[in-house]
Design a protein around this ligand. Structure first.
Ligand code: SAH
Ligand code: DHB
Ligand code: MG
Length: 222
C-alpha cells in the first residue's frame, strides 16, 4: 500500500457516521478483532463502505453476489446481509489462512449456508464459475495488479443490469502519477477501461477516513 494520509477530522467524522448510521453490531466488531488476532492486514472496507455494499445489494435486488478478495469475510458478511434468504455469495480468496478465518466469521454471523469460499488465485478459480447463473453484483477487492482481468471476468459472469464495484480506485491519489507503483498504474488502467468500455456505465467516488484517501468505482453492465 502507498503511504497512508489522514487529515485532522477524517477518522472522527467516519466514527460519527458509523455510530449514527451504520449499526454494524457486535458481530462485525468481532470480525475486525479476528483480523488483528490472526495477524492479518487491516485492509477491510470501512463500516460505512460495508453498509454501502449491503445497501447496493438491496437496491439492486441482488440474489447472487461474487466477491474477489475475502480477507476475513468482513465485506462478505455485509454483502450477505443485503441478500434475501435464498441469496448466495461466492467469494474468492488466495490465502488459506484468510479463508479459514473468514469461514469461521461467516459461520458465526449466521451466513454459513449462503457463502461459498473459493480458495486459490482468483484467475484460477473464476473460470469454473462461467456457464452458471449470472451474478447480480460483483465486488472486486483483491490484488490490484489483476484489476483489469477481474473486470473482464466480472463482465463475463454478469448480465445487463448487474452492478460491479471496484475498491481502492484512488490509492492516496497516486493514480494521477503512478510513478513506479505498479498497483497505482493498474488501478488507473482499470478506471480507463471502465470509462471506455461499451459494456459499462461507470463512475467513482472518493472517500476519506480510517482507510486514508481512497474510493471505489461503481458500474452498471449494459
Ligand atoms: N474484501 C475484504 C478485503 C479484501 S483484502 C473486506 O473488505 O473485508 C484483499 C484480499 O485479497 C486479501 O485477503 C488477499 O489475500 C486476497 N488476494 C490477493 N491476491 C489474490 C488473488 N490473486 N486471488 C484471490 N484473492 C487474492
Ligand atoms: C490494501 C488493499 C485493499 O483492498 C484495501 O482496501 C486497502 C489496502 C493493500 O493491499 O494495502
Ligand atoms: Mg480494498
Amino acid at each position: 500500500m502507498v503511504e497512508h494520509r489522514s487529515m485532522d477530522g477524517w477518522v472522527q467524522v467516519e466514527d460519527y457516521l458509523s455510530a449514527t448510521l451504520v449499526h454494524g453490531g457486535a458481530g462485525m466488531d468481532a470480525v475486525v478483532e479476528s483480523i488483528d488476532a490472526a495477524g492479518m492486514p487491516r485492509i477491510e472496507v470501512a463500516p460505512t463502505a460495508g453498509k454501502l455494499l449491503m445497501l447496493l445489494a438491496r437496491i439492486q435486488g441482488a440474489r447472487r453476489v461474487l466477491e474477489i478478495g475475502t480477507l476475513a469475510g468482513y465485506s462478505t458478511i455485509w454483502l450477505a446481509r443485503g441478500l434475501p434468504g435464498d441469496g448466495h455469495v461466492t467469494t474468492c480468496e488466495f490465502l488459506p489462512l484468510h479463508a479459514d478465518v473468514a469461514r469461521k466469521n461467516i459461520d458465526a454471523a449466521g451466513f454459513g449456508a449462503m457463502v461459498e469460499i473459493r480458495v486459490g488465485a482468483a484467475l484460477e478459480t473464476l473460470p469454473a464459475l462461467a456457464g452458471g447463473e449470472p451474478y447480480d453484483l460483483v465486488f472486486i477487492d483483491a490484488d490490484k495488479g489483476n484489476n483489469l482481468e477481474y473486470l473482464k471476468w466480472a463482465i463475463k459472469l454478469t448480465r445487463p443490469g448487474s452492478v460491479i464495484v471496484l475498491d481502492n480506485v484512488i490509492w492516496e491519489g497516486t493514480i494521477l502519477d503512478p510513478g513506479g507503483d505498479p498497483d497505482a498504474g493498474a488501478i488507473r488502467d482499470a478506471l480507463e477501461f471502465m470509462g471506455a468500455s461499451e459494456s459499462l456505465d461507470a463512475t467513482a467516488i472518493q472517500t476519506a477516513g480510517s482507510k486514508g484517501w481512497d474510493g471505489f468505482a461503481i458500474a452498471v453492465v449494459r
